[in-house]
Ligand binder design. Sequence first.
Ligand code: CO8
Length: 267
Amino acid sequence: MSTAVEPNVFHGFVHIEKKEKYAIISIDRPGVLNAINRDVLLGLSKALDALSQDSSISCVILTGKGKAFVAGADIKEMMDFTATQAKEFSAMGQAVFSRIEQFSVPVIAAIHGFALGGGYELALACDIRIASQKAKVGQPEVNLGVTPGFGATQRLLRLVGPSKAKYLLFTGEILNAEKALHFGLVDEVVEEEKLLARCEEIALMISQKGPMAVSFCKQAVEKGMQTSLAVGLEIENNLFGLSFSTQDQKEGMRAFLEKRNPVFQKK
Ligand code: CO8
């Protein structure tokens, strides 16, 4: 008997639910609090491949099924890694998370429950982090005698600066949502039952903006993070110029002058 293949499920553990203007990617290993193993990374990569072909999508929401966002990389799978295998797994995760960071449309992390270790690193690769009041986030790798390997030493540094990054990395403290907001680890905290609705509200807000303009903004910030202010301003200057060759600019400015809402073309 042949098994039907569900096109929106990737490597068994990653699901895509498509809405009209955005998509929700969910990691679905609730029995182990969505711990990230190779299949999850491969599934995320395939899900990004699928969504990158879909021009109707203006935003992606990333979340976990069950009671956690993601409680880290899969400790059981990593336990007997050699140094070489650990480096390979780290490189694989870094590559997938960098794809999220560079993805053509914004990605919002909807964080409920635990986002620990590789789980918070996944959220760090997203553009915006919205947390439920019950979220708990941190980098507890030092408890396991290892460093983070999916980007936290670098992305945390860039997000909150060296002092707070070092505090979190050295102590492994798990912060509640309020403290995470105070530290700048999440952008907004909402009631647990309103988490997805709030993320969907943001996704819809983004979907009404000029898609090329949003994409250029993302590129400018991401590239600007890697470079000097002078080069960053040059990147902005080039993208600003380029935006005047888009339909977004024509429609956006025309709509303003005609005192109506713009209707932007899908990419
Ligand atoms: N890996 C594998 N299994 C996990 C993980 C994980 N990260 N987290 C939870 N689980 C499993 C538990 O083992 C348990 O399974 P079982 O029912 O078979 O015993 C199930 O999920 C439920 O977990 P708990 O019973 O522990 O649930 P609690 O509510 O009591 O506790 C906690 C929740 C506090 C989140 C607890 O599960 C915990 O501390 N988890 C580990 C958190 C952690 O240390 N995360 C960091 C992992 S290291 C990492 O992410 C490094 C990333 C870089 C990798 C680089 C590649 C080399």
